[in-house]
Design a protein around this ligand. Structure first.
Ligand SMILES: [Fe+2]
Ligand SMILES: [Fe+2]
Length: 154
């Protein structure tokens, strides 16, 4: 995919969802193929955690507040934010855990939690965003903040 192609807000966020899903699949593949080589999975674990942290932050700073202005039912956003908090708790545990089976279990737990959360974003939040928000303007804002945060983490 052309990285420079303009993406609207939902496309940009969903590209992140797909990218992190691939990282989770790769992590599970490595854990299955070479369980003892846990240290080899560390860079992938760090990447999963840092990409999800940036993703959650841009949603919380830009996308969710914009949606909050237009949804009839704010409990959808309350739930999404609570799920972000659960994911952040798991990410903190993963970052602190030494390589090994317990860490692998935490990564699979995070993968399941994110899959559930992403399904809700796709089913409940994106359709509302598509009918009510200026997705091109929001996409540009999300991209700019994402690049800023990725630059700060590098
Ligand atoms: Fe989210
Ligand atoms: Fe998301």
């Amino acid at each position: 995919m052309n990285e420079l192609a303009p993406k609207d807000a939902c496309d940009l966020l969903d590209a992140d969802h797909i990218a992190v899903k691939h990282l989770f699949v790769e992590y599970a593949r490595l854990a299955m193929a070479a369980p003892a080589a846990a240290a080899d999975r560390e860079p992938l674990a760090r990447r999963i955690c840092s990409e999800l942290t940036v993703h959650a932050q841009i949603e919380e700073e830009i996308f969710y507040p914009a949606l909050r202005e237009v949804v009839d039912d704010p409990s959808l956003l309350d739930e999404a934010e609570a799920e972000h908090q659960q994911a952040k708790d798991l990410i903190a545990q993963i970052e602190a855990a030494p390589p090994g089976p317990a860490k692998d279990d935490l990564v699979s737990e995070l993968a399941r939690a994110i899959e559930h959360h992403v399904k809700e974003e796709r089913d409940d939040l994106f359709p509302k965003a598509r009918t009510s928000l200026d997705l091109d303007a929001l996409g540009a804002q999300l991209r700019e903040r994402q690049q800023e945060l990725e630059g700060a983490a590098a």
